[in-house]
Structure formats: structure tokens, C-alpha cells
Design a protein around this ligand. Sequence first.
Ligand code: PMP
Length: 413
Amino acid sequence: ASFFPGIKELPPDPLFGLKARYTADSRADKVDLGIGAYRDENGKPWILPAVRQAEAKLVASPDYNHEYLSIGGYEPFVKEAAKIILGEDSLAIKEGRIVSQQSLSGTGALHLTGLFLKTFYSGEHTIYLSKPTWANHNQIFTSVGFKVESYPYWNNETKSLDLDGFLNAIRSAPKKSVFLLHACAHNPTGLDPTQSQWTTILKELDNNNHLVLFDSAYQGFASGNLEKDGFAIRHAINDKLINSPIIICQSFAKNCGMYGERVGAVHVITPPGATGEAVAPVLRAIKSQLNKIIRSELSNPPAYGAKIVAAILSDKDLKKQWQDDLTTMSSRIIKMRHSLRDLLTNELKTPGNWDHIVNQTGMFSFTGLTPEMVARLEEKHGVYLVSSGRASVAGLNEGNINKVAQAIDEVVR
Ligand code: PMP
């Protein structure tokens, strides 16, 4: 103990702790609505057909090997990843205002961004996170020395966006602060701004010279449509709404179902104005500094998942298959939302209004269940969700949805 004075054991991570309790539960009809990972109609993890096909193709290739990647990552992957998030005809790509670095999935992208900004950003080292947000945001940015603040987002009474609160926070934050925005499928609320609300939010951010950091962990997963889910980012860039740099942290964990392979990227987009050769030296400098951080943290990014995703994105047929897979996942989730709402509202006549379940988007529903109700769901019914009341809708299927609806009905009454 003298070597590590004062060291204390921490409680388990809330989400992974929940997973451990679920695993230890011996009830046959237990239901996992905790971790945000897609499950098929049988409640099983799903390997996307596009991924299976890309894997077969990759392994059969005479060039297949397990060599190190370069520090920047797998070049075909980062190039295609940029095109997927920004769109083929993106102004930023056309004007040569983008630099990309492969990262350890979305989490590594956020961490790398935090380290980069901490060293090089001339503005405020304060990051504003939505209230509520994915719990790890707080941890990641605190760990790199950022001050963490929050902006109002979810109005619990109306179960809708607190736009006025959000805009006020943008105005009262010190100029040139960093604002983290969920690009789509907000975690945990499942509530996204409308397109016109996005315009208002982005203009206000620009008026106050804040740096916009988009966290894109669910593109294609929310609506099934890559373009629709990329709206906020593409709107900010192509309509030149933001005159500061924009940073995008991109994950392929959910939309390719490659959770454990850690496929992601950071894209830094310089402001409109300087293009081509005029901005190239800055981009090269940014790239070299990102490379330097990666070199000391991971030496070089993991290859396997990046090669699979690159294979999908650069092949017309595989890309088409992937788009079908996105539709399969998103439409099954949307169907489960409707079934759950209908069971609660029409069949069980559970007290309260449950329409928010169908109005929310992406992996999660912020159910409005209290921590006490959630605890009772777990103890009495073996239905597991996080205490905030966030339910991973992907955990629902035809085989368990009646049970879940009845359990919710019981704890609400
Ligand atoms: N951002 C958000 C909002 C998320 O929900 C997640 C995953 N839960 C991530 C980033 C990062 O995920 P990963 O590191 O697995 O890509």
C-alpha cells in the first residue's frame, strides 16, 4: 500500500456493472436493455452480411496480412470514412480543407481530439456537453484536463428539446468554447433537433465563435439513411454556417456492428476561406501533430476492422449490402418502438403518455421511468436498463416485448 498511498477501489462502471449483473442473473426470461449494441430478432449479436462478405473477400486476397498500419491509419479507410460522413460532393473535400486520422473507434477519436485541443487550441479549454449525455464524454474530457460544463438539452416535462435553454447556454459561454454535438441519435435521449432547429443552433454557435465538435456514433443507424443522419454535419459545412474549425469524431462500432474492432476516425475541417495550397501547410502540421499523439498512445491504429470497413465503402455491391443492413437494423428498432408504445398505450392502458418512445430515434429510448422503477424492473422482473431510464430498444424482440411491457406496466402502477 505504501507504493500507491490513498488508492481506493472504484465502483464498477455503471454500464459494464449492469452487464455483469445481467450475466449473473439465472432467470431464463431476463432481458438486457442496457448496453447499446444491436441484437437481432432472436436477441443475438448480429454480424452484418456486408461485413461477412467483406471479411471473406479480405481473407481471400493475396495481399492479406497482419502488418502494421502507418501511424495515420489505413489510408483507403480514412479517405472513404470522410466521404461517408461528409458526402461525396462535400465542399470541405473539394476545397482540400480536411485532415483525417484513424482512431480507436469513437472513444479514441474523442480522446485524441481532447489531447489535440488541450495542446493547440487557442480558445477556451472548456467543453460544453448536452444535459444529459453519454457518461463517458465527461470522463474523457476531464481526463485530458478540459473543464466540463453542460448545456440544457432535454426538457423532462415536455420530453422535447429545450431549445431556448440550449441557445442561452451558447450565448453565455465564454467565446471560443468547445461545444460537443451528437450528430444524430442522441445518447441517451434519442431526441435530435429538427433540421430548422439545427440551423438555429449552428448559427448561434458561429455567432459566438465556438468550436464545434460533432460526435458521430450512429450515422445510418437512426433513420437507415446515411445522408439524413449526416444532415447536421453536412449542413454546417456545405452551407458554410461555421467559420471556426469543425472536428468530427466518427465511429463505425454501431453502424457496421464492429463494436470490438475499434474502427473510427477524427476529421479536422478548417474554416471556409483558405483552400487548397493556402491551407495545406496547416493541414500537414495538424496531421503531423495527430500522428505524434497516436505514435505515443497506440503506435499505430488497429488494422483488421479498418480494412473491413474500407472494403465495404469502396465496393459498390458491398456498400449497397451495407445500406440494406442499415435498413434492417433501423427498421427493426423502429418496429419495436411502435410495438412497445402500442402495448403500453392500447393494450395495458399503462398510466402516462408513451408517444415519446416512437418519436425518439436511434438505439435508445429515454423512457421517463424513475430510478426506483428501474430498480424494481431489475429485481422483480429481470429487465435490465440503466438507472436514468434509458432503454436500448435493440434489446427488444417479438419473444420478450410482451413481458417487458407488462413489467413496465407493473412498476409504473
Ligand atoms: N459517442 C456516443 C454518443 C456513443 O454512444 C458511443 C458509444 N456508446 C461512442 C461515442 C463511442 O463508441 P465507440 O468507442 O465504441 O466507437
